[in-house]
Design a protein around this ligand. Sequence first.
Ligand SMILES: [Zn+2]
Ligand SMILES: [Zn+2]
Length: 357
Amino acid sequence: MALWKQALAKLRGAADEAKPSGVEAESGGDGELDVLDEIPAAEGEDTAPEPKAVDKQVLARELQSGIEVSLGDLEFLGAGWRYRGHPVMVFGADVRELEASQQRDFFSQIHLYPCSGVLQNETVGAWVGTDLEQINAGHGQGPFRLCRACLEAAAGRGADAARFDFASHVRSHGDSYFADAPCYWQPGANSEPLQAPASRAEGDCPHCGCRAEEGGWQLASEDAQRLELPVGSCLLCAERRVKGCLHLTGEELLGAARVRYQYLVSQAAKVPAPSWRLAEAILPLGWQPLLQSLQRVLPPPELFYVYAESAQPAVLAWPSLRRGIVESVGGTEETIAEEWSLWTRGQIEAELGFKLR
Ligand SMILES: [Zn+2]
Ligand SMILES: [Zn+2]
């Protein structure tokens, strides 16, 4: 596709000058790059719901600005809490065992997990909510701000609070919040189940132009229609275009990312130079916090790098350092890659200060 070629040419040229962070701010003026940019467009707004559905969404809507509960009412999963099936943040905790000044401080913090022992006390009263902006708009006692310990546990040491978004956190930790059930979720609405990706290719992706022949990288057409996306939308473009989060399994998303990247490379004259910007554009959104953390300590990686013939490619790799990151390590890969140091995603995240999974 011409678009891909242009995008690649631009990316090759832009790789060296790409800034290490502030990705969103750097895309102005590069029309062709749009195909690879994160575009969290506000498509997929609710269509007029059936009257019956409105009733079912009451709790979800109230949770946006928050409701009062006891911590014992919550279910804790590895990455955060859920209240009656809804992923939630905790704020306004009324911890009487603390001194008055600490009480006030604690009250104004928003937490993602029980970062402190007092948040494990089931009798503590607190509020739960799903939307940072609405929490602050709906409560006079604020401002409520994200607890630093929770932010770093979710997004790594040195994470930027301004880049935090609860729906993105839920998406990055979808396996924990939603187990193995693919779904679409956004603050203010109940989660809706999603089907498995289309098993056969359904034409090209109208957003990025990917036209890979194998299946498994596009939304099922019914899901595309329900999310008000064009049929054929690839999983990567889809998750960047819906408001809220698409939770698909990590393997499905990574598989789709690999297929799309390989298609992109096959259409280009040569393999694009490594750049963090390219990595952010190619990998699933759930990988973004890790990418942002890694770019503070490592040079740009190769993507889907084949380090051994019989092993799955490394998602990220630094061939000169003989280091790579894989989703998980199987027994055979360890021996094949004797000269390579492979981290699993979980291992590297732990090294960078991520605690939630
Ligand atoms: Zn906290
Ligand atoms: Zn696409």
